[in-house]
Design a protein around this ligand. Structure first.
Ligand code: SF4
Length: 491
């Protein structure tokens, strides 16, 4: 099928996307971690829908033997029951990917599997390295040949190199991580250990779980629930952990620092509402955002509705605070996969309508407060507001549970260029007119501390103040989506 009539999984929405989800497991008793990794990745599917992969190994077997299977598409499209007959092992790592740097191709799918002097390494990475171009150049000058265009390969190469002069795999990981700058939550499978690491700012989440005699590392706690594992704790920002039968969990905190910068969008939009990120429940966080909106931007109305899914909890919060009844206005069709044929402009169907329909009897004749988590370009918002009006809504007041986007992200989120952002160089009133709402209000920046439960967070995309100096060149340039215009990205 011609690629331009296929849809990105979420191409028809006006959202930014998370780069990836990672999952690792070491079972000290059983030789079948692949199926649990599959279900773990399935729970993390919202973090990346372009490609997925699983790599497993047997810690009792030969050091260089790793079985892996990667594919383009959703987890349940790539794996069949037969896949697991070939994926036997007691240690493994998995990955779901949405590309924010590096093209969307099978070569760039993870986990990366690399043979090196001490055996074979499997690595899965969530995040973006801001110094990847320099490090890649440096490695290339010393003879490295890269198989992919993703920055994660730079980490894998450095670990392999450092391993030659390191006493252990974790020592090699720590030496390699001292060279990289940016965001990473990593799971690494060495021949005999599972290793997890989070960058010193803690941009992306990573947590540890346990089920019987197996340990798990996962991007989000919802993946632990899915496989029946108990949440143990988060990997701390800057911490490296190793998991082995001899020592259980070992922790290395040499890179930990006081300054943290959790991506606030994990709370607002990326993470699943049933996950807990560094001690703060995502659902709770979104309820607080809704309550704040109700306090700061009240409006008289008959019903509060959320744009599914991430707008729902904030809408409930708005309703609880304001006393205005919470209701359902939208029915979402969740079956939009990678091979979804995107409606052409000449066709009557629109991607928004295909994904979302309005419950006419619920909104007819009512004054509606519609809560969404963000507006990126604004092209979807005007359609949704229009759909509510067509369905008979008397008034549509839009409340957004994040501040306006004004700056790019360099840490693993695909916020487009400034010129494409609706809030760039426009007032809130102007944006309100463009999306056709009766009123519009965003979450105030001062409220972000409340939704993170007082934890330190990154707010670079709202303020342009990043926790680390952003790169001079556009590190996102290799990804084709950034070069696509509004027309191709949002229909
Ligand atoms: S710039 Fe925005 S999207 Fe990027 S890490 Fe910071 S808060 Fe998250």
């Amino acid at each position: 099928m011609n690629e331009n009539i296929r849809s990105h999984y979420f191409e028809n929405d006006d959202k930014m996307h998370e780069e990836c989800g990672v999952f690792g497991m070491y079972d000290f008793d059983n030789n079948d971690v692949a199926t649990s990794i599959y279900y773990g990745l399935f729970a993390l599917q919202h973090r990346g829908q372009e490609s997925c992969g699983i790599a497993v190994s047997d810690t009792e077997g030969p050091k260089g033997k790793v079985s892996s299977m990667k594919g383009m598409g959703l987890v349940n499209e790539v794996y069949t029951p037969e896949s697991f007959e070939k994926l036997k092992g007691n240690i493994g790592v998995g990955h779901v990917r949405y590309s924010t740097a590096g093209a969307s191709t099978i070569e760039n799918a993870q986990p990366l599997v690399l043979n090196y002097v001490k055996g074979t390494l499997g690595l899965a990475h969530n995040g973006n390295l801001i110094n990847a171009p320099e490090l890649r150049k440096e490695l290339a000058l010393t003879g490295a040949i890269f198989q992919t265009t993703i920055d994660s390969e730079v980490i894998a190469y450095h670990i392999a190199r450092e391993r030659v002069n390191s006493a252990s795999a974790e020592e090699a990981v720590m030496k390699a991580l001292r060279k990289v700058k940016g965001s990473y939550s990593l799971v690494v499978m060495s021949p005999r250990k599972l290793i997890g690491a989070r960058d010193p700012f803690g941009f992306r989440p990573l947590c540890i779980g346990k089920r019987d005699n197996a340990y798990i590392l996962a991007s989000e706690s919802c993946a632990l629930d899915t496989i029946g594992a108990e949440f143990i704790r988060d990997v701390e920002p800057g911490e490296v952990v190793t998991i082995s039968p001899e020592y259980g969990i070992q922790s290395y905190k040499d890179m930990c620092q006081e300054k943290h910068a959790r991506c606030i969008f994990e709370y607002i939009y990326f993470a699943r509402p049933d996950s807990v990120f560094d001690g703060m429940g995502i659902y709770e966080s979104r309820l607080i955002a809704g309550r704040c909106l109700a306090k700061d931007s009240p409006v008289d109305a008959d019903m509060v509705v959320g744009v599914p899914e991430s707008g729902n909890a904030a809408a409930q919060g708005y309703s609880l605070e304001s006393g205005i009844p919470y209701g359902t206005a939208f029915v979402k069709n969740g079956y939009v996969g990678r091979t979804f044929i995107k409606p052409q402009q000449s066709q009557r169907e629109s991607s928004v309508r295909v994904k979302l329909n309005v419950l006419k009897e619920a909104v007819k004749g009512k004054r509606i407060i519609m809560i969404d988590d963000s507006i990126v370009r604004g092209t979807t918002s005007d359609r949704i507001v229009g759909m509510l009006r067509e369905a008979g809504a008397k008034e549509v007041h839009v409340r957004i549970s994040s501040p306006p986007f004004l700056y790019p992200c360099y840490f693993g989120t695909d916020i487009p260029d400034r010129e494409q952002l609706i809030a760039y160089n426009r007032s809130v009133d102007e944006i309100c007119k463009i999306i056709g709402a009766d009123s519009l209000a965003y979450l105030r920046k001062e409220r972000l501390v409340e939704i993170s439960g007082g934890r330190q967070y990154c707010h670079g995309c709202f303020t342009g103040e990043y926790p680390v100096e952003p790169p001079k060149e556009d590190i996102r340039g290799e990804h084709e989506d950034f070069k696509r215009g509004e027309d191709s990205k949002v229909k």
